[in-house]
Ligand binder design. Structure first.
Ligand code: AMP
Ligand code: MG
Length: 410
């Protein structure tokens, strides 16, 4: 039996980063940047005013006080989006609004609340230091600085930064096309009433959502009945995908056919991983297309997708962050006995002062879909003879899509 790390390494070794495409910044949320982006521009592009007030020459204001006010001649106005035509001379002031380019010759802005204006004269009762209320060109971003590295997943802040330097559209990695089929005669398709002995199928909607969250583009093939010819034909059609995901049909039962089809193709990778839930996992190549066979039990399917499917998709995306961030949490609750396999326990996190506390979501059997609900972490309980007790610090995988976590940005 392989360890989780060994299995993941073997899977990731087969995942090639995909080609790239240009998308508008308005469609770039969650996409992974394909190439480093270096700023070609300065932000702000020109020195501009941080206040509504008056552009002045600082030297003109030297010695100004309540008892010795200084008068400047108001010679014009410059609103945001316009330029002041000409240059400012000694003894002049120009009305300026926030964001407007500072006129040539001016080197400070005094805010309007600090002056009186009457009959074209601006009166100051205090001196103004050079550069006051001026946002210098390039004060935010200088040309030549790295804005985002290849592999960065774009959030709203990165998108704003790219927009500010005009880096639009942006080159991102193509979303991997992930073919999905579920297996089992007992499955009633979404929106249909189960026949006697059937259940509502739930892995498909789960996995479609999880594939999307991971950055993939799901391609639903349908439910394969437990008949090898049909399964073979459906899988054949999926070879055009970047990755094939199946659920069910990988354990040792008579009807576990995914494994069989993969074995025929001659490229079965493995089918047992030393973990709980989800021991039976298959991985192989169907022709040249990687196929990841997840177990049918809904919780096993979800956890194995997290540990193997999501990293596979993210590797194809070229994402810098392939795995979930690992954090340390304080366990709270009844003792969890360790066992002969590493156990990934669904847990909810909450904070208590500076402590990050994890409680399980309840019973952890692999058929309990309700145990997935609200899980924000997977506690990573090592195999062993002991137990995890309340107050113990345990490693956990953070399931929230809090990005970026623990990686260098920019
Ligand atoms: P299998 O791995 O095919 O032996 O399935 C294991 C268990 O998971 C059985 O109880 C199945 O009914 C259940 N199961 C398999 N596929 C699905 C699915 N797509 N949705 C919900 N339950 C499933
Ligand atoms: Mg089955």
């Amino acid at each position: 039996m392989l360890t989780v790390e060994e299995a993941r390494e073997r899977i990731l070794a087969q995942m090639k980063p995909l080609d790239s495409e240009d998308v508008p910044l308005t469609e770039a949320l969650g996409r992974v940047v394909a190439h480093v982006v270096v700023s070609q521009e300065a932000v702000p592009p020109f020195a501009n005013s941080a206040m509504d007030g008056y552009a002045i020459r600082a030297a003109d204001t030297e010695g100004a006080s309540k008892t010795a006010p200084i008068d400047l001649r108001l010679v014009g106005e410059v609103p945001a989006g316009r330029l002041y035509a000409g240059e400012m001379h000694v003894g002049e002031a120009v009305r300026i609004l926030t964001g407007a380019a500072v006129p040539d010759g001016a080197d400070a802005v005094i805010q309007q609340e600090l002056v009186t204006v009457k009959d074209g004269i601006v009166t100051l009762t205090q001196p103004v230091a050079p550069n006051t209320n001026i946002r210098p060109a390039g004060g935010d971003v200088r040309p030549g600085v790295t804005l985002v590295r290849a592999g960065t997943e774009l959030g709203p802040s990165e998108i704003a930064l790219l927009a500010a330097v005009g880096a639009h559209p942006i080159t991102v990695t193509r979303r991997p096309r992930v073919a999905l089929l579920t297996t089992g005669d007992e499955l009633a398709p979404l929106g249909t009433a189960p026949q006697p002995g059937q259940i509502h199928e739930s892995n498909m909607p789960y996995l479609i959502a999880a594939i999307r969250r991971a950055g993939g583009d799901p391609w639903w093939l349908g439910i394969a009945p437990d008949r090898i010819e049909t399964l073979r034909a459906m899988l054949d059609q999926a070879r055009e995908a970047d990755l094939i995901l199946t659920s069910g049909g990988v354990s040792v039962g008579d009807y576990d056919l995914v494994k069989q089809v993969l074995s025929e193709a001659g490229n079965i990778g493995f089918w047992r991983v030393r973990m709980r839930p989800g021991k039976p996992v298959a991985f192989g190549l169907l022709g040249t297309t990687p196929l990841l066979g997840l177990p049918g039990n809904p919780v096993s399917a979800a956890v194995t997708f997290e540990l193997f499917g999501r990293p596979a998709i993210r590797r194809m995306l070229g994402a810098a962050q392939v795995e979930r961030p690992q954090i340390i949490v304080e366990y709270e609750g009844e003792a969890i006995p360790q066992g002969d396999r590493r156990h990934f326990v669904r847990a909810r996190l909450h904070t208590h002062g500076a402590r990050l506390i994890a409680r399980t979501t309840g019973a952890q059997d692999s058929h309990l879909i309700s145990s997935l609900q609200g899980a924000s972490a997977l506690l990573d309980i090592p195999e062993g003879d002991g137990a995890i007790h309340s107050g113990d610090l345990v490693p956990a995988l953070l399931l929230n899509d809090a990005l970026p976590w623990d990686i260098e940005v920019g």
